[in-house]
Ligand binder design. Structure first.
Ligand SMILES: Nc1ncnc2c1ncn2[C@@H]1O[C@H](COP(=O)(O)OP(=O)(O)O)[C@@H](O)[C@H]1O
Ligand SMILES: [Mg+2]
Length: 355
């Protein structure tokens, strides 16, 4: 069934998730180069301990700071692969978005860097591992466990949307648990700041599309849809629309038919149905009261929403973390020929001069 990890758009050569420009671009800033209290980082100060995650063009390492002895996660992306998969704008978006945000449930970015082969992002290391692993190990979560993660995710999405950022890649692999069991969203590779163009009514009125006129929620709706899928999967153990090939999945999504396992709570079924509405103008979270409508839903009745971002809800799973640099909650990855890459020609490096 859904044992394997889902691949994001870029992984299967799907270019439908590509941006054509606009949004927060590479010029946005160079603040991250001296972020985190003005500290200046250098690759020479970092020892690689192990790989904790891999992607199409990226690999995430646990690294140890030789001087301060602390640990970080270092995401390294192969520049030729980024270019081949036309992800230049996305990596610029990833940096711009992470540089802008500051929230207890979002990963912190300390520094970005590039050399002739790789782009680097230095982040806080989250030792509890992926929510994906806990979900697959347990098969499915009970109602109160699903409720806890959903509540924290709602706060994270609400915060991002309040900053006009759409996350666009919500899934169990991108949700990490810290050592106390609270969530951290990582992987802002598809995140995007909605451009001003999306928000102001420009163009000739007679010719405007409905979604431009109803600019409230333009783009944000995708995150609420994804939350509907995620809640279904957390409580069922498999996603609502699945098939052995992407085309079959797309057909099922568009058919919009939902089969709930019998054990699901009455209110959560209602919530999921309200997220998985094809017409995004009628989708919960994307109407005029935004995230407030989600928070007021009956399934969340027991949630004290002020307590959530203060990390005051009691985590249902406490990861086993023996020390700050413990990697035992992540899969083991072969440390292959990762560094044997040819340098990138200067004209290609030019695209990343601000990274
Ligand atoms: N800050 C982090 N701390 C610990 N593990 C991380 C961190 N960021 C990413 N990872 C791990 O690396 C994996 C891949 O990173 P991600 O940013 O999702 O890359 P990709 O864009 O290739 O999917 C994640 O699914 C997660 O397991
Ligand atoms: Mg990812």
């Amino acid at each position: 069934m859904a044992a394997a990890k889902a691949t994001s758009g870029a992984d299967n050569g799907d270019s439908s998730c590509r941006d054509t420009g606009g949004g927060a671009g590479g010029e946005a800033n160079s603040v991250a180069n001296c972020a985190a209290g003005g500290r200046v980082y250098s690759l020479d100060d970092l020892d690689t301990v192990a790989t904790v995650g891999t992607g199409t063009f990226g690999r995430v390492f646990l690294v140890k700071d030789k001087k301060a002895k602390g640990y970080f996660a270092l995401k390294a992306m192969k520049i030729p692969e980024v270019i081949r998969l036309k992800q230049e704008q996305h990596v610029h978006n990833e940096k711009a978005v992470l540089t802008e945000v500051n929230h207890p449930f979002l990963i912190r970015l300390f520094w970005t860097h590039h050399d002739e082969r790789f782009l680097y992002m230095l982040m806080e290391y989250i030792a509890g591992g992926e929510l994906f692993s806990y979900l697959r190990n347990r098969g499915r979560f009970n109602n109160s466990t699903g409720l806890f993660y959903s509540a924290e995710i709602v706060c994270a999405i609400e915060y991002l949307h309040s900053k006009e950022i759409v996350y666009r890649d919500l899934k169990p692999e991108n949700i990490l648990l810290d050592s106390e069991g609270h969530i951290k969203l990582t992987d802002f590779g598809f995140a995007k700041k909605l451009s001003d163009r999306t928000w102001t009514l420009c163009g000739t009125p007679e010719y405007l599309a409905p979604e431009v006129i109803q600019s409230k929620g333009h783009g944000r709706a995708v995150d609420w849809w994804a939350l509907g899928v995620l809640i279904f999967e957390m409580l069922s153990g498999y996603p609502p629309f699945f098939d052995d090939n992407p085309f079959g999945i797309y057909q099922k999504i568009l058919a919009g038919k939902l089969d709930f396992p019998r054990h699901l709570d009455f209110h959560v079924k209602d919530l999921i149905k309200k997220f998985l509405v094809i017409d995004r103008a009628r989708r919960l979270g994307n109407m005029k009261n935004g995230a407030e409508d989600v928070k007021k839903h009956r399934w969340f009745k027991s949630i004290d929403w002020d307590a959530v971002p203060q990390r005051k809800l009691k985590p249902p799973i406490i990861p086993k973390v023996s020390h700050e640099g413990d990697t035992s909650n992540f899969d083991v990855y072969p440390e292959d020929e990762w560094t044997k890459e040819a340098p990138v020609p200067p004209k290609d490096l030019e695209i990343f001069k601000n990274f």
